[in-house]
Design a protein around this ligand. Structure first.
Ligand SMILES: *[C@@H]1O[C@H](CO)[C@@H](O)[C@H](O)[C@H]1NC(C)=O
Ligand SMILES: *[C@@H]1O[C@H](CO)[C@@H](O)[C@H](O)[C@H]1NC(C)=O
Length: 332
């Protein structure tokens, strides 16, 4: 009798877990009940951004409507904002700055472990290493590399690999030897439930979501901040790119050129690869939209005031994508 009851309980619990298909807060967690209620209500798009300047366009757009009953929850020191964009359930969260890769991965893990998340949409600003792109354009990379994952070789080392940066090559007035020798770019381990550990250099965004995003190719982006402050040409959404992420604020033209020439990398930021990595680990789709706030070596002065169009336009594309995903509810 007792065994039968226990078996039944286990079966019911297993069924409940199968139905919910998400890991939730432990039952003793003070927020357990409220999170349960939020998850019971719906599944959400996790909208991830890094810092307040990227939140401004979201707030100014008026597109995000807070849930009146459960508007916010704080977990791991982050504020998770619960609401809707164009009728689609969304939870948005800021990862925070500095050691941003760690902050980004922690935030995504907390988001995925706490809430019922259909997938991650990440947007924000980026530096640009591709001189064919302009401030205000939005890049949609299909994959990202961690470009601060290095092996730093000792002077005179014979070791060679495909992707190396030789410091001596940048000596002035002419290239030669240098005690800093070389760095070799190294892959990063990816652990996930579905596959054995993989070592990856390129972390792909979700192919299905990326393909869906290509419908936004011709989306009209904002060119002007006001009547007088306008970008010289109409900004575009650009696909087929490779992006990079490092715990480095990169404002060095020679290194930007190296990234473009060696790896065909067009964007440089401090979060994307970590967010894609965390999504892959948890088997959740992810797509990334990065607005160009400055182009390495590009003209800076005239455009200084216009770089806020990078955040505005990246949010614009992200919000449109959320709307698109909302229409596809049944498929995901
Ligand atoms: C650089 O940007 C342009 C768009 O302006 C794009 O067509 C091109 O493919 C990019 N280069 C690389 C290597 O991705
Ligand atoms: C337009 O925006 C620019 C850049 O932010 C600013 O410097 C300028 O004062 C603004 N002009 C008007 C008319 O609001």
């Amino acid at each position: 009798m007792a065994v039968g009851y226990e078996t039944l309980t286990v079966m019911i619990l297993t069924l409940m877990l199968l139905v919910k298909q998400s890991v939730q807060l432990r039952s003793t967690h003070p927020l357990h009940e409220v999170v349960d209620r939020i998850n019971h209500h719906s599944s959400y798009i996790g909208l991830v951004l890094a810092f307040p300047a990227e939140e401004i366009p979201l707030l100014n757009s008026g597109l995000f409507v807070l849930n009146s009953r459960n508007p916010y929850i704080h977990i791991a020191g982050r504020k998770f904002n619960i609401g809707k964009i164009k009728g689609v359930d969304v939870i948005y969260v800021l990862t925070g700055e500095q050691t941003v890769k760690v902050n980004a991965a922690l935030t995504v893990q907390a988001l995925l472990q706490t809430f019922n998340i259909r997938g991650i949409v990440h947007y924000g600003i980026a530096g640009c290493t591709n001189t064919s792109m302009s401030v205000g354009d939005v890049g949609v990379p299909h994959s990202f590399a961690f470009t601060s994952s290095w092996k730093w070789l000792d002077f005179g080392s014979e070791e060679t690999s495909e992707n190396e940066l030789k410091f001596g090559a940048y000596n002035l007035p002419q290239s030669g030897e240098n005690l800093l020798e070389r760095i070799q770019f190294t892959p990063v381990q990816l652990f996930s439930n579905k596959k054995a550990m993989q070592e990856l250099f390129w972390f792909p965004v979700d192919a299905h979501w990326y393909n869906l995003a290509t419908q936004l190719q011709g989306l009209k982006l904002q060119q002007c901040l006001n009547e007088t402050a306008c970008l010289p040409k109409e900004p575009k959404v650009i696909f087929g790119l490779r992006g990079s992420t490092a715990n480095v604020f990169m404002s060095n033209l020679a290194f930007a050129k190296f990234l473009y020439q060696e790896f065909s990398i067009s964007t440089a930021d401090e979060e994307s690869a970590a967010i894609v990595h965390a999504s892959l680990s948890n088997g959740v789709p992810c797509v990334v939209f990065r607005g160009v706030s400055d182009v390495a070596g590009g003209e800076k002065l005239a455009l200084a005031g216009l770089s806020s169009l990078a955040a505005i336009n990246s949010f614009k594309v992200a919000a449109k994508f959320v709307e698109l995903i909302g229409k596809k509810k049944a498929t995901f």
